[in-house]
Design a protein around this ligand. Structure first.
Ligand SMILES: [Zn+2]
Length: 67
């Protein structure tokens, strides 16, 4: 009688640390961009009118209350 092999149906997939680091960096950048577009109201984006207007247009595009 052959020896029964153990079956482990619930193996967690292996995720590389590099993928986790990349995913966390992407999420951080996206949260920063979301903050800049929605809540900044010009506090950070005072470096020029182009960036300020770009964030302002983004607020209107996303329907965030602005003015
Ligand atoms: Zn506005």
């Amino acid at each position: 009688m052959p020896k029964a092999q153990a079956v482990h149906p619930l193996h967690a997939p292996t995720v590389s640390p590099r993928l986790i680091t990349t995913a966390m960096a992407v999420v951080t950048v996206m949260l920063l961009l979301t903050y800049l577009v929605t809540f900044d109201q010009g506090a950070v984006s005072q470096s020029g009118t182009f960036l300020h207007e770009l964030m302002h247009d983004g607020r209107h595009l996303l329907g965030v209350p602005c003015h």
